[in-house]
Design a protein around this ligand. Sequence first.
Ligand SMILES: Nc1ncnc2c1ncn2[C@@H]1O[C@H](COP(=O)(O)OP(=O)(O)OP(=O)(O)O)[C@@H](O)[C@H]1O
Length: 216
Amino acid sequence: MISGRQIYKAYGTVQVLKGVNIDINKGEVVSIVGPSGSGKSTLLHILGTLDKPDAGSVTMNNIAISSLTGKQLAAFRNRNIGFVFQFHHLLPEFSALENVCIPAWLAGRRKKEVTERARELLAVLGVDHRLDNKPNELSGGEQQRVAVARALINQPQIVFADEPTGNLDTANARELHDLFFSLRERFLQTFLIVTHNEELAAISDRTLHMKDGLIV
Ligand SMILES: Nc1ncnc2c1ncn2[C@@H]1O[C@H](COP(=O)(O)OP(=O)(O)OP(=O)(O)O)[C@@H](O)[C@H]1O
């Protein structure tokens, strides 16, 4: 579904990725673990088209996404890739429902259809009683679930999550794990998750270990 081949990336004189090969299949929940600085987030950003590799390629369903540029790339990302970060990055001036809808509005989808899907997702994620609240009126766990709904609104091929439970307590982290798996069961949703959370890594379908810029 998504493949990276011989991915290299340096920041200045620091060679962060040293020829990474990776394949993720549809419907898999895959974790990436490894020491701080081993290149996990850098790899996630490159696979997610937020950053460019110095060498190597990324393909998604046989489209060479590492060679897309400008508007083409932004449109591809918006339609095919969802992101969840440690800090949810919800827009403070918009309600939970609006935050979820925004990526779909940007993709030019019809307002009514988008609102319906957003409500449905927020219900699946158990935050439909908070539709009109602003992010600062939600708990950390609720904010993160709204961020997951936002990541899913455009029915992406894959969701990339960078330390999604890093800012949550154990109970909320566990709930988020359960959610990832129920979303996989329900929508055959694919996830690639960078995590230090051993429990999440242990229950994934596969765990990839990164060390010194390589998957080992
Ligand atoms: N934009 C950047 N500019 C310069 N150096 C960077 C940049 N992004 C990452 N680095 C460096 O690249 C290396 C790998 O960073 P990366 O964030 O990928 O590691 P990580 O494995 O995700 O670490 P952590 O678990 O601490 O988040 C680190 O040494 C980091 O300081």
